[in-house]
Write a protein that binds this ligand. Structure first.
Ligand code: NAG
Ligand code: NAG
Length: 420
């Protein structure tokens, strides 16, 4: 009898961990590089960045997104490709009402009128620039949510406009829908992590920056995430883990997101939680290719880091990035010799037990471009931004350590060794 009870408890406990594949897909940036449209667009983007001020607060940039997951909304379930954002709590999906830029009163956020900003906006907001082919493609490319086909759809309120402005684009939603959502989990056994009534924006307009992005919607797991607070009591532990593997192919499993525990198969159980200033950030004290850093590369003051799965690089203060590029023999644009061996990057952090050096293996810092050239995965923070002295660690970092996001009392981030 005792054994039977134990067995049942064990089975029950095991079901409270859900693991989902993150599929690696071609980013919008890579597609644009192939099409030869990236350089001109990137120039506009840099021009726009010049006009950012310290109000530049959200860091969403969708050009680099290359990990997506399957998410289902409604009954019967409608399937979508989703980008999971570790920094926001946004939740929106492209709606059936998404067609063309046909609104009489277009939503034109202030970026539309800044130098370089027009390409990010509805053709009706940008004088002198005609509609382009990509404007036509956006809605056609996306899977669209149809609330009339869902028996669990619920929206108690009158339709109301709800927009979400990002640094490089925006969405316009006419409804806030509520419906059942399901994340498809493969392990420890096949199942769904379900929220019975989640509320999300139904986007009827996506800015041109969403053309060719590989997702239909976005779900945020950042601080105060609605989704996480709703699944919290269904999980073994209030945490999720991101593990990104070393495979650089497209349309294959590029990593796993594990809700409710660490990923025991790929991550060491020794989690080192970091000292932090704000939710899900951590502090670094110096960063260098050298174990005895030159003064230039070492930091005068500790800096705050945010992890972002939507970035293909390590972003930091322009001065330090410049010296890191030089140390890696990259030119100003970050171009490197594809055969060059890149040294491991040492980063000093501080966890609960004191200072420690963590390492990004050099191989994770090399980006292969579609034209056969290579780049070092370093980028400067935009000038004038509130982020000027901060860092964003993207995919090279996520390939180096398992990243554990705990949301019990405080929202802290921890790292553990990848053990495969
Ligand atoms: C990946 O899948 C997309 C969509 O199905 C397809 O267009 C693309 O060609 C595929 N890429 C590769 C490298 O197989
Ligand atoms: C970082 O700086 C500390 C002291 O400022 C030094 O002890 C340590 O070796 C440095 N680490 C790296 C990786 O440069």
């Amino acid at each position: 009898m005792k054994l039977l009870i134990l067995f049942i408890v064990f089975r029950f406990a095991a079901a409270l961990v859900y693991q989902q594949s993150l599929i690696r897909v071609e980013s919008r940036k890579m597609k644009m590089m192939k099409a030869g449209t990236w350089d001109a667009y990137h120039k506009e983007k840099q021009t726009l960045q010049q006009s950012f001020d310290d109000k530049y607060q959200n860091m969403n940039d969708f050009d680099d997104v290359e990990y997506i997951a399957n998410l289902y909304i409604g009954t019967p379930p409608q399937a979508f490709k989703f980008y999971y954002d570790v920094n926001s709590q946004d939740f929106w999906v492209t709606d059936k009402s998404c067609e063309k830029f046909d609104s009489d009163i277009p939503h034109c956020p202030s970026i539309c009128y800044k130098p370089g900003g027009a390409v990010f906006c509805n053709p009706k907001c940008r004088q002198n620039i005609a509609k382009t082919e990509s404007d036509e493609r956006i809605c056609i490319q996306k899977a669209k949510y149809d609330s009339t086909k869902s028996s669990t759809f619920y929206h108690p309120n009158e339709p109301r406009e709800n927009n979400r402005d990002y640094e490089f684009g925006y969405i316009v939603a006419s409804f806030i829908g509520e419906d059942k959502i399901m994340l498809e989990a493969e392990a420890p056994k096949f199942g769904y992590l379900t929220v019975r009534l989640a509320s999300f924006l139904q986007a009827k307009e996506l800015s041109p920056t969403f053309a060719d992005t590989p997702f239909d919607g976005m779900l945020g797991f950042g601080p105060s995430s609605f989704f996480l607070s709703n699944v919290n009591n269904k999980l073994d532990k209030p945490m999720y883990t991101i593990y990104i593997n070393d495979i650089d192919d497209y349309n294959v499993t590029g990593g796993l997101i594990t809700f409710g525990d660490i990923d025991k198969e790929h991550c060491s159980s020794e989690i080192e939680y970091q000292s932090t200033l704000s939710q899900y950030t951590f502090m670094i004290y110096n960063i260098s290719f050298d174990t005895s850093p030159t003064e230039k590369q070492a930091m005068q003051i500790p800096s705050e880091v945010t992890v972002d799965i939507a970035r293909s690089s390590i972003m930091g203060p322009p001065e330090i990035i410049k010296s890191l590029k030089e140390a890696a023999n990259a030119n100003e644009d970050g171009k490197i010799d594809c055969d060059a061996e890149i040294k491991d990057l040492s980063i000093q952090v501080r966890n609960e037990n004191g200072f420690k050096i963590l390492t990004i293996p050099g191989k994770h810092l090399k980006i292969q471009n579609p034209d056969g050239s290579c780049n070092i995965a370093f980028e400067s923070m935009p000038p004038n931004s509130a982020f000027l002295n901060k860092w964003i660690f993207g995919v090279p970092w996520l390939k180096s350590y398992c990243n554990i996001f705990s949301f019990e009392n405080e929202q802290k981030i921890g790292f553990s060794k990848i053990i495969v």
